[in-house]
Structures are given as C-alpha cells and as structure tokens.
Write a protein that binds this ligand. Structure first.
Ligand code: HPA
Length: 244
C-alpha cells in the first residue's frame, strides 16, 4: 500500500515528513497543484500534495482535480486521504472538530469531474454508493483511539462551488438536504480517485460555523485561528494512521 495525503487549507506541508524527493509531473490533464512531495512519515513511504499549491494560491473552483489525482496514481498511490477545511452545520460540528464523512452531496458545477469523457470504448458509470472507501475510513477511525480529541465518525459533506462562502438560505437548504458539513473541494476529488481505482477517504477539519448557524459574519481570522487547532489534530491523526 502506498498512502497519499492531499493537504487542504492550513495543511500546505507536513514538516514531520522526512523528504526523499519532489516530483514535478506533466499529466495528460495538465499541471497538478504543486510538485508531489515524496517522503517518509514514521518510517512509512508517503506522497504529499498541497491541494491549493504551496504557497496557497489556487481557489477550489480552479483546481485541476484530474491532474492531481492522475499524478497520484502515476506515482503509485493506492490510498488517498484528503484533508479539508469545512464549515460546520449540525450541532456536533463545532470549530476545530474533526469528522470523517461517509456521504457527499455535490453542489459544485463546471468542474472537470471525470476521466471517462472522451475517446471512450464504452460508457463507464462508477459505483458511488459509498463515496468514501469504507475500509480506509475505518482505518482512520481506529487509529484515532487513544488520541486526546474525539472524531465525529459519520457525516454528510456538501460540496459547494466557492470561492465565496454560502448565504444563510443556502446553508439552511444544505441542512434540510442532510448535510452536516460544507466544503468546496470534496468533489470531484473523491469520484476521480474511485474512477482510477484508488481508495479515498476524507478528514474534515471544521474551520467555522457555516453561515447563519451562529450570529455574525465569518472572518478569515476566525477560520485561521480554528484551523491552527484543527490541522494540528489532523496531523496527529495522520501520524496515528501511518503508525497503525
Ligand atoms: N463553507 C464552505 N467551505 C468552507 C467553509 C464554509 O463555511 N469553511 C471552510 N471551508
């Protein structure tokens, strides 16, 4: 098994990674977000990709998801953990909470969202009943035992287009739809990994209460402050996953 980590906002790099190299790839789909960082975490080979580039410069709707995922497959990744900052909608999803979603609703649009578009020998529909690979989710949940924070072990992730945050009415709608979390990068990343036959799971880190859940505007300062705590937790969790 070769594990890859796609780091989101607040996780542009993993300084604990013992580097063995960086790889810039040209893919048939264009350029990935950043060079792939290849290294070892606690003695395990690992590939790391900064989803928004390093430094952070690419917004969610401009990401080349296909290049990112194709590159990971090309480098031999078998399992991908995507780490993502999200807004919290339901009660358990307070700022700095970590959740391992098990379902997705995709509200994004206009993104290149499939490898199965052109020059097809036959039309391909992947199964996406369980959008996150159950075994990889369970591995993350099991690794969290003994850490000094709790995980929310199931959640529905709503993927919005961004880069703006949502309106109060949009979040009310997501809540009615059954979303617990809202983020901007969960899709098409998860589906593309499935199309290429890689296991994929997501670690969501709550950066803020979503619009209208509490009074007042959402500030970048608040997001950054909560992500400092939340991403430190995500990193501990990743280390536990690798060590298990
Ligand atoms: N909405 C969408 N994406 C996000 C949010 C949010 O409130 N916070 C962090 N990523």
């Amino acid at each position: 098994m070769t594990l890859a980590i796609i780091g989101g906002t607040g996780l542009n790099q993993i300084s604990e990674l013992t580097l063995s190299g960086e790889q810039c790839l040209a893919t048939p789909y264009g350029e990935p977000s950043a060079p792939y960082v290849i290294g070892e975490l606690n003695g395990q080979r690992l590939i790391f990709l900064a989803r928004h580039g390093n430094p952070h410069r690419l917004p969610p709707h401009k990401l080349n998801y296909r290049a990112n995922i194709w590159g990971l497959k090309h480098l031999g990744a078998t399992d991908i953990i995507g780490v993502a900052a999200v807004g919290g909608i339901t009660e358990a999803m307070a700022p700095a909470q970590i959740a391992i979603p098990d379902q997705i609703i995709d509200y994004s649009y206009g993104r290149e969202h499939t490898f199965f578009a052109d020059a097809l020998e036959h039309v391909t529909h992947i199964d996406f009943t369980e959008p996150y690979t159950p075994a990889l989710r369970q591995r993350i949940i099991a690794a969290a035992q003994g850490l000094d924070f709790n995980l929310v072990e199931t959640a529905t992730y709503g993927c919005t287009q961004g880069p703006r945050l949502e309106t109060i009415a949009e979040i009310r709608r997501l809540k009615r739809d059954g979303c617990d979390l809202v983020g901007m990068t969960g899709m098409p990343e998860a589906a593309l990994a499935r199309e290429l036959g890689m296991a994929y799971a997501n670690i969501s880190v709550v950066a803020n209460w979503a619009a209208g859940i509490v009074d007042g505007e959402i500030t970048m300062a608040e997001i950054e402050k909560n992500l400092q705590i939340g991403m430190a937790r995500a990193l501990k969790l990743l280390q536990a996953v690798v060590a298990a």
